[in-house]
Design a protein around this ligand. Structure first.
Ligand SMILES: [Zn+2]
Length: 128
C-alpha cells in the first residue's frame, strides 16, 4: 500500500496545470487532456480513483496542493482498524449432537429416502 502511494505521488508530478475551483473541485491537466477532480466525492474524470479506490495521480496532485496527506484520502477498506474489525468476530464451536436440546420434531435421515423419492435425474449411476 505504501509503495503504491509513493508511486502515485511520483506520477502526480506529471500533471501540470491545475485550476482550483470551489469546494474541493479541481481541473487538472495532463498532457493535452483535462480532468475534473472532486475531492469530497473521491471522484476523477479518468475513473481510476473509483476503480482502484486509491486516489490516482490527478487527485494526488490536488491533495498535495491542499497540503493534505495522501494516506488520509485512501478508502477505509485499506485502514488497519477496518481490517481488524473484519476479523474481530469468531466462529463459535458447536456442541456434539448428543448435547443438543431434544425437541418434538421429526428427525431427518437422508438414508431413509428411497431412490424413487429422489427422482431418476438426481441419482448418479455407479459405473461398473
Ligand atoms: Zn484521474
Amino acid at each position: 500500500m505504501h509503495k503504491k502511494l509513493i508511486k502515485i505521488d511520483m506520477e502526480r508530478r506529471n500533471c501540470k496545470d491545475m485550476i482550483h475551483g470551489v469546494q474541493g473541485e479541481f481541473d487538472v491537466t495532463e498532457r493535452h487532456t483535462n480532468f475534473i477532480v472532486r475531492l469530497k466525492d473521491k471522484f476523477c474524470d479518468c475513473r481510476k480513483w473509483h476503480i482502484t479506490v486509491l486516489p490516482y495521480k490527478h487527485a494526488a496532485r490536488c491533495i498535495f496542493r491542499k497540503k493534505l496527506q495522501l494516506e488520509d484520502n485512501v478508502d477505509d477498506c485499506f485502514n488497519v482498524d477496518t481490517y481488524k474489525n473484519l476479523y474481530n468476530h469468531i466462529v463459535h464451536p458447536i456442541a456434539a449432537p448428543q448435547m443438543w436440546e431434544k425437541r418434538n420434531l421429526p428427525e431427518l435421515d437422508a438414508h431413509m429416502l428411497k431412490k424413487e423419492q429422489l427422482g431418476h435425474d438426481n441419482i448418479k449411476e455407479e459405473s461398473p
